[in-house]
Design a protein around this ligand. Structure first.
Ligand SMILES: [Zn+2]
Ligand SMILES: [Zn+2]
Length: 342
């Protein structure tokens, strides 16, 4: 029974992930753009500086926590009188026991020869991709010496049915939060991995790499953000920087930070700092500006960001106080999505 329980738990995480991907009409667990827009909508609705700050400075754990909450909510959804979690676990259990029963039935109808050990070897072999079981575990209580393979197989069948019944009962009582916490593969980690194959961040604004291929030497993002949102400021005035990386690397400004040992480096030469900076391909576009979403957020929480970073607020005019309707339209254009409201 422990082996079957483990087998169910082993498959449960991926089963939940698949189910979430399959049943989500917004495609947010399959498509990175849809996922990011979903987070941006979530942030807008929360309207909390702390949440924005976490998104900007600790995107990975922010996303994983958000996904974890979605996993729990999904598992607790009612479906046919049961919660989804129970339903999915039972589905796996039935798949496993059906497979096990089939192996036994085939052995019996094919008149398997040899002794009990011959059958056990076959049984373990046929099910090894799903269940990790020790033969000793199965021998308990059975006298192997005097049974032939076929007779032994016949005695296994009712045991499978018994295990199935006991586990079905047990599964109904499983607590969603506790079980998810105990899974060796976490559904939220799996979902995140499926959405982001690279977790490298732009050295300036912190935007995530958008590469679609797992193996790549060059990182890039089309969504750089105002560097002030990631603590960069103009040294003479201490005002947070409103400019985005694409514009800065095309201009004449210089920067310094821990990576440059506080030495001033021209943005144009950012790739000379070290191999990490070199691996980032930041398009040069002198006229590039932040997206309206981040302009609006910066305008709204300018003072909070400045306080958090020990700088002065950016010199943002009213032009960045953009209506959310316009922001929504821009988001849909930028990310090729179709959100109806923000
Ligand atoms: Zn950047
Ligand atoms: Zn990358």
């Amino acid at each position: 029974m422990p082996a079957v329980r483990d087998a169910v738990l082993k498959s449960l995480s991926l089963k939940i992930v698949d189910d979430m991907k399959k049943t989500d009409p917004k495609g947010k667990y399959k498509l990175r753009n849809n996922f990011i827009v979903e987070l941006l909508v979530h942030l807008k609705q929360k309207n909390s500086f702390e949440e924005y700050y976490r998104f900007l400075t600790d995107f990975e754990s922010f996303s994983k926590d958000w996904l974890h909450d979605r996993v729990i909510a999904h598992c607790k959804e009612q479906s046919g009188g049961k919660i989804k979690f129970t339903h999915l676990a039972k589905e796996i259990l039935t798949e496993i026991t059906d497979e096990a029963k089939k192996v036994v039935r085939d052995a019996v109808t094919q008149n398997i020869s040899g002794n009990a050990k011959s059958f056990l070897d076959l049984f373990v072999e046929k099910l090894k991709t799903r269940i990790t079981m020790s033969k000793d575990e199965m021998k308990i209580g059975l006298s192997l010496a005097d049974s032939n393979a076929k007779k032994f197989a016949e005695t296994v069948l009712p045991s499978i049915a018994e295990i199935e019944k006991l586990l079905l009962h047990e599964i109904t009582g499983w607590n969603v939060e506790t079980k998810i916490k105990d899974l060796s593969v976490k559904p939220n980690e799996e979902l995140f991995k499926g959405l982001f194959c690279c977790t490298k961040k732009c050295p300036f604004c912190g935007a995530f790499c958008e590469s679609e291929t797992i193996e790549h030497a060059q990182h890039f993002s089309k969504q750089h953000r105002p560097e002030g949102l990631n603590s960069y400021r103009w040294i003479q005035t201490q005002h947070l920087a409103m400019e985005i990386c694409t514009a800065l690397v095309a201009g004449n400004a210089t920067f310094q930070n821990r990576d440059t040992n506080q030495k001033w480096i021209s943005y144009k030469d950012y790739q000379t700092v070290n191999d990490y900076y070199k691996s980032w391909i930041i398009q040069r576009d002198p006229s590039a500006e932040a997206t309206s979403y981040w302009k609006k957020v910066f305008h709204t929480f300018n003072k909070e960001f400045a306080d958090r970073y020990g700088a002065k607020p950016a010199e943002i005019g009213n032009a960045w106080d953009i209506g959310w309707d316009k922001v929504k339209e821009d988001l849909n254009k930028t990310y090729n999505t179709n959100i109806q409201s923000l």
